[in-house]
Design a protein around this ligand. Structure first.
Ligand SMILES: NC(=O)c1ccc[n+]([C@@H]2O[C@H](COP(=O)([O-])OP(=O)(O)OC[C@H]3O[C@@H](n4cnc5c(N)ncnc54)[C@H](OP(=O)(O)O)[C@@H]3O)[C@@H](O)[C@H]2O)c1
Length: 222
């Protein structure tokens, strides 16, 4: 039975991924930061792991918690959008730190721990980024701090891809999804996004290492 690790699985796309992989017969390791969410994940049939991605000790602890695991697929989904902006509103330092620490620093702490475990099984690693982080597809400046954080996450993913050529590391856009972040007017359900993400990750080969994909399997430009 293959094993998937999903980071940020309390709700939204992360939770939909837990349900998608579980229904497909995978063993699911899923992280959340609240006790009630860990209990919910356990009820679904996942192995719950406590993790606040902005907590240095939690990030270090995930290393020893995963020490004996063989992980075939790892997906980093935890993320925040922060305060939504339209123009060039300079964020305060606290807002900047919150978004950057959650979306970028967490990846720079967790991926060096997780990537070697995934590489040991020649597995696949995906970060849930966003088309909003693409530089080449940029056509407006809304929520520019979030955009900057996802552009930085894409950079981090590329460095992981270069460091672990024996496995496949990709960034993914999950579509516009009806979650707390995506809002009720979004075009996709969590189930549709998660099914597309699973299929897109499964279809990747070593040549795809260090690339950016939409949930529907279309390649995106950085
Ligand atoms: N929805 C969309 O349309 C859309 C589009 C493009 C990209 N994305 C990306 O997709 C990913 C998932 O988004 P979503 O739509 O599912 O958002 P969401 O419904 O707001 O869920 C966010 C998830 O991230 C977790 N999280 C946030 N900060 C965390 C922290 N410090 N430690 C641990 N977990 C933390 C949340 O956990 P708690 O419940 O504990 O807060 C929750 O599980 C994000 O990276 C987002 O940027 C979403």
């Amino acid at each position: 039975m293959p094993t998937v690790l999903i980071i940020g699985a309390s709700r939204g796309i992360g939770l939909a991924l837990v349900q998608e992989y579980h229904a497909a017969g995978w063993r699911v390791l899923a992280t959340a930061r609240q006790a009630a969410d860990l209990e919910k994940l356990s009820t679904i049939g996942a192995t719950p792991l406590p993790l606040d991605v902005t907590d240095l000790n939690d990030c270090a602890a995930i290393g020893w918690r995963l020490d004996d695991e063989k992980i075939d697929v790892a997906i980093l989904s935890a993320g925040v959008i922060g305060t939504r902006t339209e123009g060039l509103d300079t964020p305060g330092a606290d807002e900047f730190n919150h978004v950057m620490q959650t979306n970028v620093l967490a990846a720079m702490r967790l991926l060096p721990i997780i990537a070697p475990i995934v590489a040991a099984s020649n597995g696949r690693l995906a970060v849930i980024s966003s088309m909003m982080g693409s530089l080449s597809m940029r056509n407006d400046a809304s929520s520019w701090l979030y955009r900057a954080s996802k552009a930085a996450l894409n950079s981090v993913l590329l460095d992981v891809a270069h460091s672990f050529p024996e496995m496949v590391s990709i960034a993914m856009h999950p579509g516009w999804v009806r979650t707390e972040m995506g809002g009720a007017g979004a075009t996709l359900s969590g189930e549709q996004s998660a099914a597309g993400i699973r299929a897109t990750i499964a279809a990747r080969t070593k040549q795809d290492n260090g690339t950016f994909y939409n949930y529907d399997g279309t390649q995106l430009t950085w």
